[in-house]
Design a protein around this ligand. Structure first.
Ligand SMILES: *Cc1c(COP(=O)(O)O)cnc(C)c1O
Length: 221
């Protein structure tokens, strides 16, 4: 598995306006280091503990760490000041915890609202119908800024993928046209190794790619 070659291929394919996040979960620091040397500055992790450890072991000032996995409320305190973007704001209770922890530290959290567009039981994220109440709460915050939306869509055939990506883009555009306190629809984070081509075709501007850069993950270590 050649990390540099994978990154080069992605750079050749991805349009300029699309932000590439290298998802390094389960992967060692050596792999992160290799991607870093090849110009990657955005890294995605899905677990708070693993992210914290990697921040410590690879403390580069110019890295932007992205928390892409579900964030438990009791873990928020560990990430304040460490992550540049939380992709997984998926409940009002979590929003309140982020607001309170960041407020205590005098810091501002930048977050994406995770939308469970296909309403899958197995996935986190709010339903489209819950966006308005989430937005109402965000507008009351002092230490949280929403920068866009994130979604993980069901695995399936390309046409179904495209349908969900399209729906996300419509929601994103509609919100973008309105004006809210604390909310700027800048990033639409969708697309992973298996579906990023379709995601970009439908308007994603932030893709989260793990295996397509670092190779298959081995969870049994
Ligand atoms: C693991 C993960 C990815 C990357 O998945 P790949 O299939 O390895 O590209 C993207 N987004 C989230 C939320 C993930 O947990």
């Amino acid at each position: 598995m050649d990390i540099k070659q994978n990154i080069q291929e992605l750079k050749d394919i991805l349009p300029d306006e699309v932000n590439l996040i290298a998802v390094s979960k389960t992967k060692p620091i050596e792999d992160i280091c290799e991607a870093y040397e090849f110009g990657i500055r955005d890294f995605g992790e899905n677990k708070v503990q693993e992210l914290s450890k990697k921040v410590e072991l690879f403390p580069k000032e110019d890295i932007r760490w992205h928390l892409i996995g579900h964030l438990q409320r009791n873990k928020v305190k560990y990430i304040v000041g460490k992550v540049s973007l939380i992709h997984s704001l998926d409940s009002i209770r979590l929003l309140k915890e982020i607001e309170s922890r960041y407020n205590k530290e005098g810091k501002t959290a930048e977050v994406l609202i995770q939308v469970n567009i296909a309403k899958e039981e197995s996935k986190y994220g709010i339903y489209e119908e819950q966006l308005n109440s989430m937005i109402d709460e965000v507008e009351k915050c002092k230490n949280v800024k929403v920068k866009g939306l994130m979604s993980i869509i069901p695995k399936g055939d390309k046409e179904i993928c495209k349908k969900y990506f399209k729906q996300m883009k419509q929601i994103f555009d509609k919100l973008k046209d309105r004006s809210f306190k604390n909310i700027k629809m800048k990033y639409l984070s969708m697309g992973m190794t298996g579906d990023y081509v379709e995601a970009i075709e439908e308007g994603s501007n932030m893709v989260r790619i793990g295996q397509g850069i670092f190779g298959k993950r081995n969870y049994k270590k």
